[in-house]
Design a protein around this ligand. Structure first.
Ligand code: DP6
Length: 327
């Protein structure tokens, strides 16, 4: 019983930040994301009676304790559902920096949900997979789908869809230029930062309230294929999130000098009538959103910044998919 799956990370245009309750990542706010094609996680899962101890290998190395515990909790939910007692062996590889604010937990748990359910003999629908993936990581519920995806707020049942696709990956030729400004893992995970912010930022309640309007406006901007509206809302939403993080106690600053350089360059490009906008998740990397037809000129300008290590060009990407199943 073995299966292998690929899933892509997503960037949140309107961000999930804050949870209801302690378990299973029920979001306090809705979110809308875009799945990215170039970045990917490939995960293979095997259940076998000959496996003596559960094993998790991430990017060729044994997982740290915290990662192992998180995956074990997730695998227990799958084994319970599939009524499988066997031990497991998981190998997962990213083609991009891990834990550095590039949504690796989204693609990791989306690919794991798909591979592990098939290896356990389950054949779940996409909505069921999205609900399952969310148990691993909130943002993973969105990476089950390609294109534009919405995850509504609130608690839901294991069989209720956690996220829904708004538009598929062929809907609109956008480009996301991922500006990598650091490849080292971030000092505080999204999960811990979210908890800290929720408990201590004086702006948290205002963030939850404002998210409703951001979601409404983002939905209609996507419907109208209006890049300036999508970009303006995404930028504002990202700034609100970072204001929350910076005003938690103790404060957290995810940005580095490269982050600031990209923000400033994006603003300069707009003064030069180039339609470029940014968003930043919980890390120092900046994702610049533009139309595919403008991406070369915009990438050239970003490339010239001395503290940007690499630019990865991505376009809207597909759903998580199986690449191998053997029994
Ligand atoms: C800033 O999904 O990584 O990327 O549910 O605790 O695993 P957990 O958090 P995670 O948080 C993502 C935060 C974000 C915004 C987003 O992707 O919507």
């Amino acid at each position: 019983m073995k299966a292998k799956a690929i899933a892509h990370p997503n960037i949140a245009l309107v961000k999930y930040w804050g949870k209801i309750g302690q378990q299973n990542n029920s979001p306090a706010v809705g979110s809308i994301s875009l799945t990215l094609d170039q970045l990917a996680t490939t995960t293979s899962v095997e259940f076998d009676e000959l496996i003596e101890n559960n094993r998790l290998v991430l990017n060729g190395k044994p997982a740290r304790d915290k990662q192992f515990r998180r995956v074990s909790y997730f695998m227990d939910a799958i084994r319970k559902r599939a009524k499988v007692q066997l031990r497991w062996d998981i190998q997962s590889d990213n083609n991009f920096p891990t834990d550095a604010g590039l949504a690796s937990s989204a693609s990791a748990f989306a690919s794991l949900a798909l591979a592990a359910t098939h290896a356990a003999g389950l054949n779940l629908s996409e909505p069921q997979l999205s609900a399952l993936a969310r148990i691993g990581s909130g943002s993973a519920a969105r990476s089950i789908y390609g294109g534009f995806v919405e995850m509504p707020p609130g608690q839901s049942d294991i069989d209720d869809p956690a996220a829904v696709q708004l538009e598929d990956e062929n809907y609109w030729p956008l480009c996301i230029l991922v500006c990598v400004t650091s490849t080292t893992p971030k000092p505080v995970t999204s999960r811990d930062a979210m908890r800290l912010t929720q408990a201590s930022s004086p702006f948290y309640n205002a963030w939850v309230k404002a998210s409703v309007e951001d979601l409404d406006q983002m939905r209609s901007a996507i419907r109208g294929r209006d890049l300036d509206a999508v970009g303006t809302i995404a930028e504002h939403n990202a700034m609100k999130l970072h204001a929350l993080v910076m005003t938690s106690r103790p404060p957290l600053v995810y940005w580095n000098s490269g982050t600031m350089s990209v923000i400033n360059e994006v603003h300069r490009m707009r003064q030069d009538d180039l339609h470029a906008y940014f968003t930043i998740d919980a890390g120092p990397q900046v994702k610049v959103i533009c139309l595919d037809q403008d991406s070369s000129i915009i990438a050239n300008r970003l490339q010239s910044l001395s503290n940007v290590h690499e630019i990865i060009k991505a376009v809207p990407g597909p759903a998580a998919r199986l690449v191998e199943v053997c029994s």
